[in-house]
Design a binder for this molecule. Sequence first.
Ligand code: ADP
Length: 316
Amino acid sequence: LGPTVVIGEILVEIMALTRGNGFLEPIELVGPYASGAPAIFIDQCARLGGAAGIVASVGDDDFGRLNVERLRADGADVSAISVSPDFPTGSAFVRYREDGSRDFVFNIGKSAAALIGLTDAAKALFERAGHLHVMGTAFAIPGAWEMIEHALGVIKGRGGSVSFDPNLRKELLGQGQTQARFQRLLDLADLLLPSGDELFVAAGVEGEEAAVAALFRRGIGEIALKRGEKGSSFFGGDGTRIDRLAFAVTEVDPTGAGDCFGGAYVACRRLGMAPAEALDYANAAGARNVSVRGPMEGAGTRAELDAFIAATPRLP
Ligand code: ADP
């Protein structure tokens, strides 16, 4: 029917080489790496051969060019990435602490990333799209919601489908329109991709079975639940459940696992694969991505993921 389309932020990530607290003294950094949750999602989708495009904004600078060239090289439609003459590409500096939590210095709100709007190129992309993927991170970008509403209308109107990765920061749910927008997407999504407890937040009830039942009652057609090192599960509207184990890797950089998982899962399902096979590719994409530094450096082609699956044992 047409490409999978995502709306949201493109960033570069610059990462501290050593673990520790923040950036209060000079430390060694690596990067820039192409980043932004929607960019990671769409890159993995495109690398797997799923037609894919992104609506986003970058600055007229090397950080922007790095991202656009990367996405283009990996096969994504970059025609709806606009280039701001006035604002730099968004950036995030990240340093892991010893306990695995992260300190960030963000430049997003006053960067090109915050400038996405309904350009002619974005409209044209929506008009040929067959699937819209919405990420909760887009709720924080001014102007993004209007675009999401527009895209929902156009893509659903031509018989396309919608997936939703809540990507929640729970404290944001109480703010402004966020809860209402969250609920609207739950009403419209065909596929939900929650991570861990997001399943319960989305359903409004605790307990996996009860949560899944509540979401199906409200019209969700399919759920792919991300469980980190425990792998992932598929729930179908007919009561089917499939669990697939994660792959055993040494985690170097967990950023981007869920986005790679989502990009792979959506691409595989749209390419016609059965849920179990899609879960395997998605688990592989997530695991491969956490085993290398950089938020999307582990995104894989079909051949790379096949080789990874053949060579990597499953976690018990
Ligand atoms: P999110 O980043 O959205 O919280 P997860 O952490 O669940 O999502 O990661 C998504 C998928 O990536 C998991 O379902 C799993 O298949 C894979 N994954 C993530 N972390 C690891 C890990 N440490 N080892 C192996 N696989 C992992």
